[in-house]
Design a protein around this ligand. Structure first.
Ligand code: HEM
Ligand code: SF4
Length: 512
């Protein structure tokens, strides 16, 4: 049994919450290794890069926050977290530099506005992601946000779900277009229509066993299941519990749902889920995913007449506490108080009336978070990197931004490219789903060990999802501006993707 399995057997991670006040009294030096790991069930992460300080990961289902929540997040960041926060690729928010003694008060402040940090780390169902433009965009078949919320409500704080073999990632979307990279998830519900007696029923098809990470990108497999929205949350719960009871637990790097699926097969998994639910599942409906990927950056008409949503690019997801507070004010003044975070580490400002658009566009914050950034910057995503992550091989966020800004000076603004950076093979920056993915590594240059990247190209999401292909290895970061300029300048992503896929059999290597 590995150490984490042992730890979970001795005591469930979720039960650590009531110990927090005692921990504060005893002080940081009294925390055991087990305490530090169990705190991750509560979204509290002691970070080596900020000695004596914690990162708090706030759970934000589908990335939706209201003005009161934004104000609380801004205030906490300014008062306790050195005015710094990060939007993440699971539509969450991470606060930094938090001291142990401040955590109980912060959690209380969050709870008062309806936010929790629970189950955002370790062997839990992580934040449920989904299209952030739900209810607004005409691209969706139906609004699936209620299903995501229902599953979230079932599992948060529920010890039935807190001892999984490993993390469990879920995406739920009723949109035909792709912004969440659903195919990378352990469970993805994607829009589908099932025809019964000439009637078209709206619902989801089920994909299972997707994953990214050091073992590589495994594209989720369709399980030949259709589920109506009303039963979908219970279906997700049943899969999570089958994973809990039958998933492999020996080696942590082989403990995701995909390994259970590979070992037992699709028919077994389907039957096991049916047994847990106590009823048979319908066969898959007609897949409604289109080939279109979207990033929601720009100004868009909503389905509701006279209203618009703005997609604003937040460079590499870094946002200050002051900006969070200013955003709350903007959302209240011009919209409905709501803001939504995207899986590209950007944000949406919905429900802006036509009559208020001009004034909103003149606000200073819209010069920082632009609805019309250069094409190179709008799809820029980066994991944390060495600044705050001790697993990182290289620095990512600052470098990603600098290089993208350099490229933006020469590449036409209309050229849109999704560039994703991961600082190590854990792949938290999802580099294998991007047009250009950069994975941190090291190389030797003139006898010195220097930061470098492997460059991946042509990752795709949607019905034809496929990992990016490793095109170049160990490119020194100092040479990246020139290398990327050459690549980006001549790159027709779709053409390159087709050519490389055709060549794959001839020795072009897949993503690791
Ligand atoms: C060996 C496996 C992995 C390890 C050890 C690992 C480690 C970490 C660490 C340390 C952080 C937080 C860094 C910080 O900001 O302080 C992080 C964040 C994150 N990781 Fe990973 N990671 C792993 C695999 C993955 C995979 C496969 C994904 C899927 C793409 C992923 C997605 C994320 C995301 C989205 C975040 C940001 C927080 C969130 O919203 O959940 N990680 N990871
Ligand atoms: S990819 Fe590596 S460096 Fe980046 S956050 Fe994940 S573990 Fe840290």
């Amino acid at each position: 049994m590995n150490r984490i399995e042992q730890l979970k057997t001795e005591r469930d991670g979720l039960s650590i919450g009531p110990d927090l006040s005692g921990m504060v009294v005893a002080g940081l030096s009294a925390l055991t290794e087990d305490d530090i790991d169990r705190l991750k069930w509560w979204g509290i992460f002691l970070r080596k890069q900020t000695p004596g300080h914690f990162m708090l990961r706030v759970r934000i289902p589908r990335g939706v926050v209201n003005a009161a929540q934004l104000r609380a997040l801004g205030e906490i960041s300014q008062r306790y977290g050195r005015n710094l926060a990060d939007l993440t690729t699971r539509q969450q928010l991470q606060l930094r530099w938090i001291r142990l003694q401040d955590i109980p008060g912060i959690l209380e402040r969050l709870r008062a506005v309806g936010l929790v940090t629970l189950q955002t780390g370790m062997d839990n169902v992580r934040n449920i992601i989904g299209c952030p433009a739900f209810g607004l965009t005409s691209g969706e078949l139906f609004d699936a946000s209620g299903v995501a919320q229902a599953f979230n409500d079932l599992l948060v704080g529920n010890a039935e779900f807190s001892n999984l073999p490993r993390k469990f990632n879920v995406a739920i979307s009723g949109c035909r277009e792709h912004c969440t990279h659903a195919e990378t998830q352990d469970v993805a519900l994607v829009p589908a229509l099932r025809y019964v007696d000439g009637w078209a029923l709206q619902g989801f098809n089920l994909l299972v066993g997707g994953k990214l990470g050091s073992g590589g990108y495994r594209v989720a497999t369709p399980l030949d299941v259709f589920v109506p929205p009303g039963e979908a949350a219970r279906l997700c719960a049943a899969i999570a519990l089958v994973f809990r009871d039958y998933g492999p637990r020996e080696a942590r790097n082989k403990a995701r749902l995909s390994f259970l699926l590979e070992a037992e097969g699709e028919a077994w998994l389907r039957a096991a889920v049916e047994e847990r639910l106590g009823y048979g599942l319908a066969r898959a409906g007609v897949d409604q995913r289109s080939g279109k990927t979207t990033d929601h950056v720009g100004i868009f008409r909503q389905r509701q007449p006279g209203l618009n949503y703005l997609g604003l690019a937040v460079p590499v997801g870094r946002i200050s506490g002051e900006e969070l507070t200013a955003l709350a004010a903007l959302a209240s003044d011009y919209g409905s108080g709501e803001v939504r975070f995207t899986t590209d580490q950007n944000l949406l400002l919905p429900n802006v009336p036509d009559t208020r658009l001009d004034a909103l566009l003149k606000e200073p914050l819209l010069k920082v978070f632009r609805y019309d950034p250069p094409g190179i910057l709008r799809g820029l995503v980066s994991c944390t990197g060495i600044e705050f992550c001790n697993l990182a091989v290289i620095e990512t966020k600052t470098r990603a931004l600098q290089i993208a800004q350099q490229l933006a000076a020469t590449v036409p603004a209309s050229k849109q490219l999704r560039m994703h950076w991961s600082g190590c093979p854990a792949s938290c920056g999802n580099h294998t789903v991007a047009d250009i993915g950069l994975l941190g590594t090291k190389t030797r240059l003139k006898g010195k060990v220097v930061d470098a990247v492997d460059i991946f190209v042509g990752g795709a999401s949607g019905p034809a999802a496929a990992p990016g292909i490793r095109l170049l290895e160990r490119v020194p970061c100092s040479e990246l501006p020139q290398v990327l300029q050459g690549l980006v300048g001549h790159m027709d992503v779709n053409k390159l993707r087709r050519q490389l896929r055709a060549l794959q059999g001839d020795g072009v290597s897949e993503a690791d």
